[in-house]
Design a protein around this ligand. Structure first.
Ligand SMILES: O=P(O)(O)OC[C@H]1O[C@H](OP(=O)(O)OP(=O)(O)O)[C@H](O)[C@@H]1O
Length: 178
């Protein structure tokens, strides 16, 4: 099942060249694929099922596509982590974490409605991609001991960063090399 999923993810992934000296990942083929949508929740959930997560948290915005699939597969709920500056559709109070400079060198903040995660939760962070690990690091700092790890589709982090953040991926950077 997971082998099939990995094959589908590799097959539906594209690099695009906007002509600005770097390539940009095009992940739209993933969301268009019924096979990927059917398998992605369980595929990512299986990376952490043994750790019995009780809630999934994902960063804005692509994380909002992936996180609910994983929450559904685990039978738990989903919480949005918004970027500062977003027009928040949820009530205060929020807790905020500084995001270290990410893969574009940009600093930001991520915020979660504090009442949605309790100290007894076991938080699984889910995202489509990890490059520097900045989003995962920020959310780990936000949740402290309730953080159990981060599941991503593509893990491009340095191995020591992935280990430190308990970050696991379905694919590595080598799987989608241009
Ligand atoms: O490991 P990091 O260096 O933190 O990078 C990973 C982040 O980069 C991508 O998001 P992006 O900022 O491109 O925003 P998007 O979700 O709006 O596409 C991806 O969805 C992760 O959230």
């Amino acid at each position: 099942m997971t082998t099939d999923l990995r094959d589908h993810l590799r097959a539906e992934f594209r690099w695009t060249d906007p002509g600005e000296g770097y390539l940009v990942s095009d992940r739209s083929g993933w969301w268009r694929s019924p096979a990927i949508l059917a398998g992605l929740g369980d595929g990512l959930a299986d990376l952490f099922r043994a750790e019995r997560p009780t809630v999934v948290v994902s960063p804005e915005v692509t994380g909002f596509l992936v996180g609910p699939l994983v929450a559904r597969a685990l039978g738990v709920g989903f919480v949005e982590a918004y970027r500062a500056g977003a027009r928040l559709p949820i009530a205060e109070p929020m807790i905020w974490a500084e995001v270290p400079a990410d893969h574009r060198g940009k600093k930001q903040q991520l915020g979660v409605r504090s009442q949605l995660v309790t100290e007894n939760d076991r938080v699984l962070v889910v995202d489509d991609w990890a490059a520097t690990g900045a989003q995962a690091r920020a959310l780990r700092s936000l949740f402290g001991r309730t953080y159990i790890g981060t599941a991503v589709i593509v893990d491009e982090c340095a191995p020591e960063v992935a280990r430190e953040l308990t970050l696991r991926g379905l694919l590595t950077g080598d799987d989608i090399e241009p």
